[in-house]
Design a protein around this ligand. Structure first.
Ligand SMILES: [Fe+2]
Length: 347
């Protein structure tokens, strides 16, 4: 078996499980920001990814399974109770996935979430957020249930072979893995084997919310896009102009450029780039035909931080303004660079 751990942001871990004999592989808990890394790792190991598995609905990172599934043409696998509409293969507890000569068995282990699974393969178990090294997954996020976690642990995972290696979906201290036996002996959360005491302990943890929890749940549960994805997709099809280049063009008074400010009117009047025209992003599609009559013109679009202008430039290009360019940076960076700012209404 080829087995590789990929550490991603905030202590999250993804795993590549590959069959040496057939080069088939599964990727477990991939994160959106690391897509190129997974594909590169699999290629380096001579593996072809056949399955994209999420051990559960993640609340703390953006799952890459849906996007990788589209890119690679392979199925997304989750537990049958997953709310995500893009899951192609829904497993029930006890079922196996065949990856070349490997057999990966799913155990349904609700508690951290209702759809949590652990995955057993050969000498190890990928425990998702059900069992962590020296800890357990939290049970205070949507669909979490401390009583269910107790049963999943004490009547499920912890009854597995004590020699099985434990590979969790999170590890904050850089430890590679532990074993079921080690966790039974040392994990402080497992020392209360009384159900009500365990539930009480889980309830009293008082953990802070993970960052981006709303956005992670929204995208992971619906298959919708993150804000960063929207921006990166827009910027992939848009050329940019540097602040210095724009400043030089304004100073040389080469008037081949329409400079378009897509912020709101009050921001424009407080300070804009000299010669700019105002067309707020919210009105772009509705007013574009009056404001920009020549689709062959070169149009430089800017906003406050350089994000909304990227989206606006992508929209303009979709509408046929192939000369639309986004400013690399926004008004904030323009001011910081010390370039001239003009206040007041449009001329
Ligand atoms: Fe989780």
């Amino acid at each position: 078996m080829i087995f590789e751990t990929v550490t991603t942001t905030g202590g999250c871990r993804s795993y590549v499980i590959g069959c040496e004999a057939t080069c088939a592989a599964a990727l477990v808990d991939p994160e959106l920001g690391q897509i190129d890394r997974y594909i590169a790792r699999a290629a380096r190991d001579g593996l072809r990814i056949r399955y994209l598995i999420d051990t559960h609905t993640h609340a703390d990172h953006f799952s890459a399974t849906q996007q990788l599934a589209r890119q690679l043409g392979v199925p997304v696998v989750m537990h049958t109770s997953s709310p995500a509409p893009f899951v192609d293969l829904r497993l029930r507890g006890g079922e196996l996935l065949v990856i070349g000569k490997l057999r990966v068995q799913a155990l349904h282990t609700p508690g951290h979430t209702r759809d949590s699974m652990c995955l057993c393969v050969e000498d190890r178990v990928l425990t998702g957020d059900t069992l962590l090294i020296g800890g357990t997954g939290r049970t205070d996020l949507p669909s979490g249930d401390a009583g269910a976690l107790y049963e999943s642990l004490f009547e499920g995972v912890l009854r597995l072979d004590p020699a099985l290696k434990v590979f969790p979906a999170h590890e904050y201290k850089g430890r590679s893995h532990s074993t079921i036996g080690q966790e039974l002996a040392e994990n402080p959360r497992l020392q209360k084997s009384d159900r009500s005491a365990f539930i009480e302990m889980m309830r009293s943890l008082n953990l802070t919310m993970p960052t981006h929890v709303t956005e992670a749940l929204r995208t992971n549960m619906t298959g919708g896009k993150t804000v960063a994805q929207m921006l990166s997709e827009a910027s992939a099809g848009v050329p940019f102009m540097s602040l210095g280049e724009l400043n030089a063009r304004i100073e040389s008074r080469s008037d081949d450029l329409i400079v378009l400010d897509v912020r709101e009117r009050d921001a424009f009047e407080q300070g804009h780039i000299s010669g700019a025209r105002l067309l707020p992003r919210g009105q772009l599609e509705l007013r574009v035909n009056e404001e920009l009559t020549d689709p062959t013109r070169r149009i430089l679009v800017y906003c406050e931080f350089g994000r909304v202008s990227t989206l606006a430039t992508a929209t303009l290009r979709q509408m046929g303004f192939h000369g639309a360019v986004a400013l690399d940076g926004g008004m904030e960076a323009w001011r910081e660079a010390g370039y001239t700012v003009k206040a007041g209404k449009e001329p």
